[in-house]
Design a protein around this ligand. Structure first.
Ligand SMILES: [Zn+2]
Length: 92
C-alpha cells in the first residue's frame, strides 16, 4: 500500500540519513541487492527502453510505490530519484 507523499517526508529522510549523497534506501530495494544510489541509477538506465511499459514502480529513496508509468515519471522529474520498474526486475 503506497502512502501519500508529502514534502515533510523528504525533510525527515534527509535529516535521518545524515547525507544527501548516501540516502537511506528502502528495505525493498536492499532486498533486491541495491546498496547505493549508483546501483539504482544503473538499473534504471538499463530499464529505459521498456521502462514506460510497466505497471509497478518503486522509488527506493522515498519507499513509495507507483502503479502507472505517468505517476512514476512525474516523480523522477520532480524529485530526481531513480524510480525502478519492478515488474521487469523479476524477469531478468
Ligand atoms: Zn522518490
Amino acid at each position: 500500500m503506497a502512502r501519500v507523499w508529502t514534502p515533510a517526508d523528504e525533510a525527515i529522510q534527509a535529516r535521518d540519513s545524515g547525507s544527501r549523497r548516501h540516502p537511506h534506501l528502502s528495505a525493498r530495494a536492499r532486498e533486491l541487492g541495491f546498496e547505493t544510489l549508483d546501483d539504482l541509477k544503473l538499473a534504471v538506465l538499463k530499464q529505459r527502453p521498456t521502462w514506460w511499459l510497466g505497471n509497478a514502480y518503486h522509488c527506493p529513496v522515498c519507499d513509495l510505490d507507483f502503479i502507472d508509468s505517468r505517476r512514476a515519471a512525474e516523480h523522477v522529474v520532480l524529485e530526481q530519484h531513480p524510480v525502478l520498474r519492478m515488474d521487469s526486475l523479476r524477469a531478468e
